[in-house]
Design a binder for this molecule. Structure first.
Ligand code: UD1
Length: 435
């Protein structure tokens, strides 16, 4: 894929942050990474020229573009955030290891390739490094629809002459499995129902796009999805605007909470983050939905709260590093419980380097707020933890130097520029100038 001005993510850049007090101004929320990657994978279903708008300029989009290019779909990202994808109908249903290992969302080509081509070969997916991330629910659902799987040497091979409808009930509302099965069911023979389906705004975004292509889906946004399979020639390429990124919106709110000040978070969708916003209000953020976004103001120290992560509409696990960072400088003690990924506390060690007082025990983190953190070198281990380090740097006296910036580049479209534009003292230092 040719991206204009896309980051390569290959350098050893660092981000340097200092606390300089209140933020003020307007920050735009780009399209959601966790939606656009799935929208891109869905273009496998229909021949023609697809157009996605509000596409963030992030490394994961570039990697997904490369994966689709290997499969046979060319894409081009314009500076305006418009991504054009051309599916000429000549597809190779193989997802090579060197691309799959880099992003978890590459597993989202499984459903579309299988239903479209009748077979697929895929390396086991990679992505963020936070514990085992199995795909048993994806596999069991596709098997119920008639697929046959073989696993060998970290690769899976699936075949199905034509998938057929099935009644599927998830033990757990997996985002990725819901997306894969809905997409596969679009071209299956007959009706597929998915109970206990994930309801995340990004799942809704994908379903909306599939419907624009000609898919027949009922129950979008609920935990019971019904998909009526259509023949291949009933689908056509479509245009779609990517839903704004609720995790990035939360990142700017967290930055405000530790810095003080006032922000207009433009294009934030308060209705997609209602639970989180309720909790942020309890902590002391003043939040007002306005036309086209969310107005937020922060004065004084935030109050501690207890939080647990849950599938949507609960508090997303991806918000957690931000919440823990906010709690680390809040007044009193907060307990955070992780219900999705037990191993996802790695960044706590880094926060401790900045003076945070956090104790983890199994799925829980007990965070005793301190008045201020103090700057130090820290490392970003994954996308959201990286953003949390930036927020922590805003809450720290002195200089915080963040390495592992390539993780942030995977999911954040110009985090540094956006924060600078509202008054943060933050810069990206290239390996050349820092050596
Ligand atoms: C997506 C998001 C990720 C977010 C997560 C939960 C993308 C690219 N990533 O990941 O940022 O943190 O949703 O909101 O959109 N599980 C199984 N078997 C499966 C599938 C999942 O046991 O077959 C488990 C996982 O190990 C995990 C939990 O279910 O404990 C949540 O996984 P899932 O909802 O599938 O998350 P992802 O789609 O991988």
């Amino acid at each position: 894929m040719q991206g204009q001005g896309a980051h390569t993510g290959d350098g050893e850049d660092q981000i340097v942050v200092r606390n300089v007090g209140a933020l003020a101004g307007t920050v735009d929320v780009p399209g959601a990474k966790n939606s656009v990657l799935k929208l891109m994978a869905a273009t496998i279903l229909a021949d023609g020229v697809h157009e996605l708008s509000n596409v963030p300029n992030i490394v994961d989009v570039t990697i997904m573009g490369e994966l689709l290019a290997a499969i046979g779909i060319e894409s081009d990202l314009a500076e305006s955030g418009r991504l054009t994808l051309v599916n000429r109908g000549e597809l190779t249903p193989v997802a090579p290891y060197e691309l799959v290992e880099r992003i978890r969302a590459s597993v989202n080509v499984l459903g579309p390739l299988l239903t479209r081509c009748g077979r697929v070969r895929l390396s086991m997916p990679g992505g963020d490094d936070f514990g085992a991330r199995p795909i048993d629910l994806h596999v069991a659902g596709l098997e119920a629809m008639g697929a046959q799987f073989k696993f060998s040497h970290g690769e899976l091979e699936a075949t199905a002459e034509r998938l057929h409808g099935a009644e599927i009930s998830f033990e757990f509302p997996s985002v990725g499995a819901t997306e894969n099965l809905v997409t596969a069911a679009v071209l299956a023979d007959g009706r597929t129902t998915i109970d206990n389906a994930a309801r995340e705004p990004e799942v809704v975004d994908l379903c909306t796009y599939l419907v624009a292509m000609g898919a027949e889906i009922e129950g979008v946004g609920t935990s019971r999805l019904t998909v009526y399979g259509v023949p291949r020639d009933a689908l056509r390429a479509a245009s779609h605007e990517t839903v704004p990124d609720r995790i990035q919106a939360a990142t700017y709110l967290a930055a405000l909470a530790v810095s003080g000040g006032e922000l207009l978070v433009r294009d934030a969708r308060p209705e997609h983050m209602a639970n989180l916003l309720g909790r942020f209000s309890e902590m002391g953020l003043e939040l007002t939905p306005v036309r086209g976004g969310l107005h937020a103001a922060a004065a004084g120290r935030m109050r501690s709260i207890d939080v647990q992560t849950l599938p949507y509409p609960g508090i997303a696990t991806d918000y957690k590093p931000l919440v823990i960072t906010m709690l680390s400088v809040a007044d009193d003690v907060g307990i955070v419980t992780e219900n999705l990924y037990p191993g996802r506390f790695r960044y706590v060690e880094e926060l401790s380097r900045l003076g945070a007082d956090i104790r983890t025990d199994g799925h829980h983190a007990v965070v005793r707020g301190v008045p201020r953190l103090s700057g130090a070198p820290v490392r970003a281990h994954d996308i959201r933890a990286g953003a949390a380090m930036v927020v922590a740097g805003l809450a720290a006296e002195g200089e915080t130097v963040i390495s592992g910036v390539r993780h942030i580049d995977r999911g954040y479209d110009d985090l540094v520029g956006r924060l600078r534009s509202v008054g943060a003292a933050i810069e990206r230092v290239s390996s050349d100038s820092s050596s």
